[in-house]
Design a binder for this molecule. Structure first.
Ligand SMILES: Nc1nc2c(ncn2[C@@H]2O[C@H](COP(=O)(O)OP(=O)(O)OP(=O)(O)O)[C@@H](O)[C@H]2O)c(=O)[nH]1
Ligand SMILES: [Mg+2]
Length: 274
């Protein structure tokens, strides 16, 4: 007997900054997820290209797309902070708007939550390689180093903390009021979630990385900031009142009786939404 009566609903959060080349395709591929999907929450981060127009056009004829535009460019974390406030699904996952991650793999990423084993799942680009574009070694080294440093302070054996594919039971992530900026959310979320009792899993995913010529934006400064954030969000923030409150709230949500949704034998493809 499932621990609660309804099947889980899924909210996909899409932060978008100047992604006119890919946003339409990302949204089409997300809509192809079918009945699993409750909503797609797109937050445009003050784009200067046609991203907001393209999303508005699609949202006008597709009720599953919720759209909000930030008046000025504020960073991925700010976009996700806003999207989290709008999200209403039982399970929440982030989808970058640049097609480096394949929306068709979302059911695999959330499967451990749907099956009731996990409260948090990270899609890892390094756990087991599926399809992975060969690109920058220094970028890889930065990712591995940041994950290693984070693991040292969290005592978790994670393989890819900077991944875009982070999925959560809503009760774990909704109480978190993100305080970092830029791409700090990847570190902040990882640091605080690992202080909770959330059962965290990883799932291997593909990675269709882009080159700098194709629009890659992340740079060395983002890596330096991530390193500083690792120290701050692991050693300082959990002891501040807001950090303590978040950890207590997340643990509270984990104590709810409907911790699992459906028995492990039920696959995501048979899970209905709404
Ligand atoms: N770079 C950047 N991305 C933003 C910003 N605000 C929202 N985003 C979105 O956040 C997501 C991740 O940004 P990316 O630039 O792809 O970051 P990344 O995948 O870590 O790095 P890349 O290798 O540059 O692709 C994308 O969907 C962006 O559109 C911003 O201010 N800067
Ligand atoms: Mg990207």
């Amino acid at each position: 007997m499932p621990m609660n009566a309804h099947a889980p609903t899924l909210s996909v959060l899409v932060p978008a900054f100047n992604e006119e080349r890919t946003i339409v395709q990302v949204l089409r591929r997300l809509l192809a997820l079918g009945p699993l999907l409750k909503e797609i929450v797109v937050v445009d981060d003050g784009s200067e290209d046609r991203t907001p127009e393209l999303v508005r056009e699609m949202a006008a004829c597709e009720p599953l797309i919720q759209f909000h535009r930030l008046s000025e460019n504020s960073g991925k974390t700010a976009a996700i902070r806003c999207a989290l406030e709008m999200a209403t699904g039982d399970i929440i996952i982030v989808q970058d708007a640049d097609l480096e991650y394949d929306p068709a793999e979302i059911p695999d990423v959330i499967a451990p939550i749907v099956a009731g084993h996990a409260d948090v799942v990270y899609g890892s680009r390094f756990l087991v390689r599926r399809t992975t574009r060969v690109l920058y070694f220094y970028h890889y080294l930065a990712n591995v180093s940041l994950t290693f440093l984070s693991n040292l302070l969290t005592n978790r054996n994670m393989t890819d903390i900077e991944t875009c594919y982070k999925a959560f039971r809503a009760g774990v992530i909704k109480p978190l009021r993100l305080t970092s900026s830029g791409f700090g959310m990847e570190i902040e979320i990882t640091a605080l979630v690992t202080k909770t009792e959330a059962r965290t899993y990883e799932v291997p995913i593909s990675y269709y990385g882009r080159s700098y010529e194709e629009g890659k934006k992340i740079g060395m400064w983002d890596g330096v900031m991530a390193g500083l954030y690792i120290f701050y969000y692991n050693l300082v923030a959990p002891h501040l009142p807001a950090g303590r409150r978040y950890i207590a709230d997340a643990n509270g949500s984990l104590a709810e009786p409907d911790r699992g949704y459906v028995p492990a034998s039920v696959t995501t493809s048979s899970v209905r939404s709404r």
